[in-house]
Design a protein around this ligand. Structure first.
Ligand SMILES: Nc1ncnc2c1ncn2[C@@H]1O[C@H](COP(=O)(O)OP(=O)(O)O)[C@@H](O)[C@H]1O
Ligand SMILES: [Mg+2]
Length: 223
């Protein structure tokens, strides 16, 4: 079953002479439980694609279907709720709340959605990511790799169907990047989540089940 599908997805920024065709007709399917890497040079449209996959921004034309739902048929408010329930995001900048502890950061989105975190599940995520001893720390006391592990735990805590990661190791050294990627992969497998990860690091991309390459807003190689 495909958890994620795009059809003829296009995104044009601006109009007239200055228009940028960031996505120029993307057809992509991702199977449930798959770990997909999207690679491509800077400016090729990777982040734009990820934003569309997660419903953060609307395409100019085309569709994105998540778990059988055409997400852009939803009005903004319904789309926001759908996104919160189904999609986890991990960005290059960890975006942790500086005045909250690691534990508080991890459960914050679940609480903001008006839910009580599933304690046993969250603990399992924390253990998998090796964060047990850091739960009461504030983010500034953590290394970059640890902060990104917290951001991954936070994304997983809401049990999203899909985890979308945009250059998650972009600010980390190569050894730490490998470690964080390994944990991301293990977490995805353990908790049955589908992962779509953008990277321009070919070596890291090799850790995925499949690699798709994008150039000038088009898919040029399918794994
Ligand atoms: N908000 C925006 N407004 C105008 N142009 C944008 C915007 N976001 C991205 N672009 C342009 O769209 C193209 C693709 O950008 P992006 O998706 O960020 O690429 P990547 O993530 O692969 O580096 C680039 O030419 C970029 O300059
Ligand atoms: Mg980008």
């Amino acid at each position: 079953m495909n958890i994620l599908e795009t059809h003829a997805l296009k995104k044009i920024y601006g109009t007239g002479d200055t228009a940028v065709h960031a996505l120029d007709g993307i057809d992509l399917t991702v199977a449930k439980g798959e770990f997909l890497a999207i690679v491509g040079t800077s400016g090729s449209g990777k982040s734009t694609l990820l934003h569309m996959l997660g419903g953060l921004d609307r395409p100019t034309s085309g569709s994105v279907t998540v778990d059988g739902k055409d997400i852009f048929s939803l009005k903004d408010e319904a789309l926001t709720i759908f996104r919160r329930r189904k999609i986890g995001f991990v960005f290059q900048n960890y975006n942790l709340v500086p005045v909250l502890s690691v534990r508080e950061n991890i459960v914050l989105p679940v609480q903001l959605d008006g839910n009580t975190p599933d304690g046993i599940y969250v603990h399992s995520v924390i253990e998998t990511l090796g964060l047990e001893s850091k739960l009461n720390n504030l983010p500034f006391n953590l290394s970059g790799g640890q902060q990104q592990r917290v951001a991954i735990a936070r994304a997983l805590a809401a049990k999203p169907a899909i985890l979308l990661a945009d250059e998650p190791t972009g600010n980390l050294d190569s050894k730490t990047s490998q470690d964080v990627m390994g944990l991301l992969k293990v977490s995805g497998q353990k908790f049955g989540q589908t992962i779509v990860m953008i990277t321009h690091n070919e070596e890291l991309a090799q850790m995925a089940d499949r690699i798709v390459r994008i150039e000038d807003g088009r898919i040029v190689v399918r794994g």
